[in-house]
Design a protein around this ligand. Structure first.
Ligand code: KG4
Ligand code: ZN
Length: 388
């Protein structure tokens, strides 16, 4: 392998995207493919685990073939196989894990199990591939907000692979709240992008909805907001003599737009204010965002405005790298590979694998091994320092 730029082939199948990518040096995406199941799950308004697992089986080989074809390389050029081992849907994870094990075994390559949430964080270290190429990587200390369909939390990252949990949701994840609100408003699945689109069409003022600040903690709560939205929707449907939302009752488009705008404003304000305060209080040099909700334009704009002039850099991957993809697993897998993490062929799915261990548990990070891995680690740190 090239010492500074190991090539990682990554597999992601934790939820409803079958994704494969080849990533060099944890940063350059040489090729990737994402087979989305959005259309498959749209009729049920959510992911059906059995259906998802079968679709992964159907699409994983074509995703690998497309990835290698785009990258223009064979597996013989790869230095390690990384795969999402959790958290996620057990049946879906198992498809990717079994596939990755097969690849590692057949090609005699090391296997690295990656936490999906760590993948969302490390998407910020990927070259966004917009042609500019030379964007600096995030500078430590970092404060990172992960906002996905299943998770919402804020962590301080003093260095690579080191996390201190600052706060997390006490009920729904931000993406889950968007999805539920979308259903309530009769919008298509998934709710997040649909709410963003509806909000953008609002011509009047947004409907004011509550914000849960939870004192000065860095925790989040979205269930009260969802209930508040439900009350307004039910009240307005009843006043119009229409059936409840669950029975297909719909509000006029302009009301949907005003409510979507109010809902989005409430979620975005709480996420942005807490993230900016966390960055200030921890002395972060960079704010990093990851997860599907990080593709929300209103959240991105709000954080950009807040970070401007504060001396804190903001790194948000392009939307396609915020939602589930294989490249982010390649970026995190690269770090884990350099740190000496290796999985055996007994690697198992960990459907509720936490990113941050509870207080008192051993540190997440393992020191790099001696020899080639340690040299690759040092070379990559030096290269990174050169990009700052
Ligand atoms: O990270 P992700 O692709 O999958 C999980 O790991 O959960 O996140 C999916 C979530 C969904 O809940 C979706 O509604 C939300 O991200 N999402 C958005 C937007 N795009 C995706 N939420 C708000 N605004 C968006 N533009
Ligand atoms: Zn995800």
């Amino acid at each position: 392998m090239s010492v500074a730029e190991p090539i990682v082939l990554a597999v992601e199948s934790s939820c409803d995207e079958t994704a494969v990518a080849v990533v060099a040096g944890g940063r350059r995406i040489l090729g990737q493919a994402i087979a989305s199941q959005v259309a498959l799950h749209a009729p049920t308004g959510g992911v059906v685990p059995e259906v998802a697992a079968r679709a992964h089986l159907r699409w994983i080989v074509p995703a690998l073939e497309e990835t290698l074809a785009t990258a223009g390389i064979g597996v013989d050029r790869v230095d390690a196989i990384a795969v999402t081992a959790g958290p996620g849907l057990a049946g879906s994870l198992l498809v990717g894990i079994a596939f990755a094990k097969g690849l590692a075994w057949v090609h005699g390559l090391p296997l690295v199990g990656v936490n999906h949430l760590e993948g969302h964080l490390y998407a910020a270290w990927l070259d966004p591939g917009d042609g500019a190429g030379g964007e600096p990587v995030p500078d430590f200390p970092v404060v990172a907000l992960v906002v996905s369909g299943g998770h919402t939390f804020l962590v301080a990252m003093p260095d690579h692979l080191e996390y201190r949990l600052l706060g997390e949701t006490v009920d729904d994840a931000a993406g889950e709240a968007f999805d539920k609100a979308g259903r309530l408003l009769g919008l298509p699945y998934p709710g997040g992008p649909a709410i963003a689109r509806a909000a953008a069409t609002a011509t009047g003022p947004a409907v004011p909805l509550p914000r849960a600040w939870l004192g000065d903690s860095f925790d989040f709560s979205f269930s009260g907001l969802k209930t508040a939205l439900r009350r307004v929707v039910e009240g307005e449907l009843a006043a119009l003599g229409r059936p409840p939302a669950e029975e297909g009752g719909l509000l006029p488009d302009e009301r949907v737009a005003a409510l979507a705008a109010g809902f989005q404003e409430s979620v975005v304000e709480v996420l942005a204010v807490k993230t900016l305060r966390a960055a200030r209080e921890t002395g972060a040099r960079t704010i990093v965002l990851g997860g599907g909700v990080a593709s929300n334009e209103s959240l991105r704009a709000r954080l950009a405005a807040g970070a401007a002039g504060s001396g804190t850099r903001l790194v948000i991957p392009p939307p396609a790298l915020c939602t589930d993809n294989g490249a982010m697993i390649g970026a995190a897998g690269h770090r884990r590979f350099l740190a000496g993490d290796r999985a055996g062929l007994d690697l198992d799915a960990r459907p509720s694998w936490p990113l941050v261990r509870p207080a008192g548990a051993p540190a997440t990070r393992r020191p790099p091994r001696r020899g080639a891995a340690a040299r690759a680690y040092e070379a990559s740190r030096a290269a990174e320092a050169g990009r700052r």
